[in-house]
Design a protein around this ligand. Structure first.
Ligand code: ADP
Ligand code: MG
Length: 320
């Protein structure tokens, strides 16, 4: 059983940044409006995420660490209409099988916090702390040295973690995020709106040369900002696309945006953008592999056309 857990964990938590992603999604699902991510040694030594969300009642803490325990899906029908980010109920259990996990949590009406360390078999004990949840993940892969060997340098692993924080922070400008590494504050973004958050994260050059997009057609809506070529830091990872609030890297979407830029600007540079597509959840399949960020559209031609034309029209306005 322990072995099966560790193999499954490899799928969910292939590196520190995957742990950061799962914990951030949980914090957001819990309604946190202030989230702090503390990392040590690229996240391998320690990943500690604190939120001010609704908390976990003490009697549910063991369940939170047990496999296939999710509080987010009540029936199979819910799978079609997933609004929360996590719904498989295996992230915390997987992480706990390859690291030392401590949950500390306090609900709004509780007199004090409670904590649970190790696994669902541990004992829930009184603790202290403000309402919300802290998940502390210590010594990732301490018991699976083979997996630990695949990790890159501390700076590389930290870079992946920081990128996950940026992706999520861009999707949720209404939430305050703080990121520290080895005790130093690296990022601190106060809750604001998409215009400000994207300027904070992509930089002033982007903020000064970008076009706002907000177009809707039927069940599809595309909104966000498309940078003009002068705004490009020519960094490939400054292209952020979201589908129903999730960061995705999808061939159809990337192609549609690229084609629109080529059509209007004829440039060989491919500028930065932050774009969010919203559509009926029934028209897109997000229930893919845990560590992947791909989606499948029911009608990818229609999505491609819509995104292409929306970006093309926005860009054409400025070059006219
Ligand atoms: P999932 O998110 O797929 O439900 P997880 O293993 O990520 O599964 O989390 C298990 C459960 O633990 C969640 O369903 C939720 O009830 C609880 N939980 C985890 N993190 C938090 C948090 N930060 N705040 C409140 N509840 C949490
Ligand atoms: Mg989750």
């Amino acid at each position: 059983d322990q072995l099966i857990s560790q193999i499954a964990a490899g799928e969910v938590v292939e590196r520190p940044s995957a742990v950061v992603k799962e914990l951030l999604e949980n914090a957001l699902d819990a309604g946190g409006s202030q989230i702090t991510v503390r990392l040590e040694e690229g996240g391998v030594k320690r990943i500690c995420i604190t939120d001010n969300g609704k908390g976990i009642p003490p009697e549910q803490m063991p369940l939170a660490l047990a496999r296939h325990a999710t509080s987010k899906i009540a029936s199979l029908d819910d799978l079609e209409n997933v609004n929360t980010l996590g719904f498989r109920g295996e992230a915390l259990a997987s992480i706990a099988s390859v690291a030392v996990v401590k949950l500390t949590s306090r609900t709004a009406d509780a007199a004090h916090a409670w904590e649970l360390e190790g696994s669902h078999l541990g004992t829930v004990q009184p603790s202290s702390g403000a309402p919300g949840t802290t998940v502390n993940v210590q010594d990732l892969y301490y018991n699976t040295p083979a997996r630990r060997k695949f990790l890159k340098s501390e700076q590389t692993e930290f870079g992946h973690c920081a990128e996950v924080v940026r992706r999520i922070a861009l999707a949720r400008p209404d939430v305050t995020f703080t990121l520290t590494h080895n005790g130093r504050t690296i990022d601190h973004w106060i809750a604001s709106d998409m215009a400000k958050r994207s300027a904070q994260i992509l930089g002033e050059a982007f903020a000064e040369a970008r076009i706002a997009i907000d177009e809707a057609s039927g069940v599809l809506r595309l909104h966000g900002f498309a940078g003009l070529p002068t705004a490009s830091k020519s960094r490939a990872d400054c292209q952020y696309f979201y589908v129903n609030g999730r960061f995705v890297r999808d061939k159809v979407l990337v192609h549609a945006v690229r084609a629109a830029y080529e059509d209007v600007l004829h440039g060989d540079r491919f500028p930065s953008y932050v774009l969010a597509l919203e559509l009926d959840p029934a028209l897109v399949d997000v229930n893919v592999h845990p560590s992947k960020i791909e989606v499948r559209f029911r009608d990818s031609r229609a999505v491609h056309q819509f995104v292409f034309h929306a970006v093309q029209r926005a860009l054409a306005q400025t070059s006219a």
